[in-house]
Design a protein around this ligand. Structure first.
Ligand SMILES: [Zn+2]
Length: 147
């Protein structure tokens, strides 16, 4: 995993709903919350099932396999830490286990790859990707590489 010193916006690792997700990525595991009653996966994590309204949840480890569902290419004006890297890619992936579960990340060549190394013009909607983990400060982010 890569340790980067930065001024990136970082999530609250101790959030009541999201802490298990971030402790999972720190271990190299992609966890998604599921309803303990009906089994439906949901992301981002939240206190209640949107289907059956149960407040009981469990966490399931995902395979880390997904496909590119969409992407954007941010350009300045951006926050300084991001402006230095622009243009870069931000992708939305749909997980293989449930394509309705989508996560935002970056397409990279590997955990050490910068987020601006892949030409956005080469990104193809639907292309298969797999998770890699990049550490920034205390946060381990899931990112995605082609497979
Ligand atoms: Zn449910």
């Amino acid at each position: 995993m890569t340790e980067l010193v930065s001024d990136f916006l970082l999530p609250d690792l101790d959030g009541e709903d999201s802490a298990p997700f971030w402790s999972g990525t720190a271990r190299g595991e992609l966890l998604v919350q599921a309803c303990a009653e009906c089994g439906r996966l949901r992301f981002p994590p939240r206190p209640m099932c949107p289907d059956c309204r149960s407040i009981h949840a469990v966490w399931h480890r995902m395979s880390g396999l997904a496909t590119v569902w969409s992407y954007v290419v941010p350009h300045p004006p951006l926050l300084p830490a991001y402006a230095e890297l622009a243009p870069y890619n931000v992708i939305v992936v749909a997980l293989d286990e449930d394509p309705e579960i989508r996560m935002v990340g970056n397409l990279v060549t590997g955990p050490d790859g910068p987020i601006n190394e892949i030409d956005p013009a080469t990104i193809v909607i639907g292309e298969p990707v797999e998770v890699v983990y990049t550490k920034i400060g205390d946060t381990t982010f899931p990112r995605w590489k082609r497979r």
